[in-house]
Design a protein around this ligand. Structure first.
Ligand SMILES: N[C@@H](CCC(=O)N[C@@H](CS)C(=O)NCC(=O)O)C(=O)O
Length: 214
């Protein structure tokens, strides 16, 4: 099984299924494509149905899109408990992960990762400005507080134990760190900051970070 990803320093969509596969203790290899180079673009054109990464090559098929790969993993590795076992928590965990997968465009645009903005590097950039991006941050803070408050008793992650939404929000945590986002200014009482820090300290993410900086 092979996961094809973009550059580890910047490719937020690639990080998500990598974290999920690690959680599953899956046996997989990684191929990193430099999507910013002409050769990488040509390779994308050749191998990716969507011309995007991540891709998972498995059982003679290519599964594309971070969410589709995560759903595939949940089917293939039920023992990894990638979604919460409580039904109510599970419904909302899927809503939260899908809201991230399809939304927060203002935040993603204002805090886009790329050569000057890495998920892991020590450099920091000034906070983003604007009503739309503030609205996105407020919504994320509200969502994180609600889910942590209702379902977070069993651990430091959004639904207590680590689950798919945590994979989807880890790159958001890296953006909050890199762009020095003041969560308290958007309604945080410390809950969202603590969750951000838990994601940034998660062992698999630290492994990804070390590999990215190598
Ligand atoms: N909805 C897709 C988004 C994937 C995506 O946007 N990937 C970016 C890299 S992070 C990409 O492949 N970009 C190719 C390009 O810019 O040419 C997913 O969830 O996998």
């Amino acid at each position: 099984m092979e996961l094809i990803i973009g550059p580890r320093l910047y490719s937020t969509w690639s990080l998500r299924p990598w974290l999920v596969l690690k959680r599953c203790k899956a046996d997989f290899t990684v191929r990193e494509i430099d999507i910013y180079s002409p050769a990488g673009q040509a390779e994308l054109e050749r191998i990716s149905p969507s011309r995007l990464v991540p891709l998972l090559n498995v059982d003679g098929e290519t599964v594309w899109d971070s969410m589709a790969i995560s759903v595939w993993c949940a089917e293939r590795y039920p023992e990894a408990k990638l979604w919460p076992s409580d039904a109510h928590a599970r419904w909302l965990a899927r809503s939260a992960a899908c809201e991230m997968h399809g939304g927060f465009m203002a935040l993603r645009t204002a805090c886009s990762m790329g050569p000057d903005h890495t998920m892991v590097g020590p450099d920091r950039s000034p906070p983003p400005k604007g009503e739309a991006v503030d609205r996105d941050i407020r919504r994320i803070v509200e969502l994180w507080k609600q889910m942590r408050g209702r379902f977070g008793a069993g651990g430091p992650y959004l639904f207590g134990e680590w689950s798919v939404p945590d994979a989807f929000f880890t790159p958001v945590a890296t953006r909050f760190r890199h762009f020095q986002v003041d969560l308290a200014a958007q309604g945080d009482d410390g809950t969202a900051a603590a969750y951000r820090d838990a994601l940034l300290a998660q062992p698999d993410f630290l492994e990804w970070s070390a590999e990215a900086l190598r």
